[in-house]
Design a protein around this ligand. Structure first.
Ligand code: NZQ
Ligand code: ZN
Length: 391
């Protein structure tokens, strides 16, 4: 295990009706609030109304509405302007990862002289940020408890991450009932994202990380067992609660601290999203089993055997377990009725070469990944994603 400093400073209010604490939480930071939300789901499921009734008397609320899935840097610029115009003191983000990521960039942008897109080149230019409070409505990204975000620039076809410890939410309200209204498609995509976060950190060559790997396996099993329940019974509180808490722990740096490698599937997926604006979790579900097949070799076999045994409870020879584990992963995603080939999300072969080169350019996938991947490897994984997998 590598040396690390671990800190997860977000104060989490988990459970039913924890929103009652919202006025007290915000009051610690100020009375002028920028309320950030997406395309309107919070108006349909009643959260917006609850917030208004809790805050209306005491707080001055300015709204940044319409944050897009795969949030655009233009929306961040709009938010920054609102903060300056109204002297905003605290940001309240209500939604999924896109809304929270956008709010993070606004929080940093409020005190930054340049353009917020700069954060994707170097997050350390953020020297000061507005405090951020989140109300999570979709179990997926872990943004509610971490220091990162992802922005999209449609003009340049780029989707890039940014991070800075100043952007970690001060407090996050995690009420599983707020995810009851998440449609099956987004529920599945969100869980595929959680699983991918776990796998990206689990398939790593740092030695002596048993504690991290066992935790990752437990979290993967939690998602695999609870997702089908949440899909069959969208208002099952325990299933939604398990998914929600798994989302936070999959990506709040706990299971990453002490590991040295970099991610593989996310850099590839971010190019798909940047070029075709697809749903992040669906892109990951498509790529992950193809990536597994591509990187399985004599050297990586033990990692897949461990995964097959501990996550999928498989038995047999090492080769059988490894191959079966990849098949199980694919079939699990397939069972969710989400697209599992690129053409199903509107992606053909035209831009695969270009996107493969960009994936290598925008990340360290070619040098530090679990199995370093060059542009031709990424292209092969994209190409394999054009057709259903055969086992
Ligand atoms: O916009 P609204 O109307 O709110 O609808 C959203 C959106 O259409 C809807 N939704 C959210 N909560 C709902 C709901 N619909 C009904 N009921 C609810 N309770 O779901 C749709 C997707 O929302 P979005 O926020 O885009 O999803 P997600 O949480 O998966 O976030 C995806 C974004 O996060 C980035 C992704 O790249 C993508 O841009 N990521 C952020 C990370 C981070 N900050 O650490 C890490 C991830 O790997 C990821 O890259
Ligand atoms: Zn992700």
């Amino acid at each position: 295990m590598e040396n690390f400093i671990f800190q997860a400073p977000t104060k989490v209010y988990f459970g039913k009706n924890q929103i009652q604490h919202l006025p007290k939480i915000l009051r610690e930071h100020g009375r002028k609030v920028l309320l950030v939300y997406g395309g309107g789901s919070i108006k349909h499921n009643g959260i917006y109304e609850t917030i208004q009734s809790l805050l209306a008397d005491e707080f001055q609320i300015v709204e940044l509405a319409g944050v897009e899935p795969n949030p655009r840097v233009d929306t961040v610029r709009r938010g920054v302007a609102l903060c300056r115009q109204h002297g905003v003191e605290v940001i309240l983000a209500v939604g999924g990862g896109s809304t929270i990521d956008c709010a993070k960039a606004v929080a940093g942008g409020a005190f930054y002289e340049g353009d917020p897109w700069d954060f994707t080149q170097d997050g350390s230019v953020i020297k000061r940020a507005l405090p951020l409070v989140t109300i999570l409505t979709l179990a997926a990204t872990g943004s509610e408890m971490n220091w990162g975000g992802v922005l999209t620039n449609l003009e340049t076809k780029e989707k890039l991450g940014f991070r800075n410890p100043l952007l970690i939410p001060q407090a996050s309200i995690l009420d599983p009932t707020y995810t009851f209204s998440v449609p099956a498609y987004q529920t599945s995509a969100g869980s595929a994202d959680i699983l991918s976060h776990l796998m990206e950190q689990y398939f790593d060559r740092t030695s002596g990380t048993q504690i991290l790997d066992y935790m990752a396996e437990g979290l993967m099993r939690t998602v695999i067992e609870n997702l089908p329940v949440a899909l069959a019974e969208p208002t099952n509180y325990e299933a939604r609660g398990n998914l929600m808490w798994a989302s936070s722990w999959a990506l709040n740096s706990l299971i990453r601290s002490g590991k040295a490698g970099v991610w593989s599937c996310h850099p590839m997926e971010h190019e798909l999203s940047a070029y075709y604006d697809i749903t992040h979790g669906v892109g990951l579900a498509i790529i992950t089993p193809r990536w597994m097949k591509h990187v399985l070799n004599g050297e990586t076999l033990p990692y897949f055997v461990r995964y097959g045994k501990n996550v999928w409870h498989l038995t047999g020879s090492d080769e059988e377990i490894a191959h079966h584990a990849i098949q199980k992963t694919y079939e699990f995603f397939l069972s969710l009725n989400i697209p599992m080939t690129l053409p199903e999300v509107g992606i053909g072969s035209e831009k695969l070469q270009e996107m493969a080169q960009q994936a290598v350019k925008h990340s360290e996938i070619s040098t530090k990944a679990f199995v370093p991947l060059q542009a031709n490897d990424v292209f092969a994984i994209f190409e394999a994603s054009l057709e259903p997998m055969v086992f």
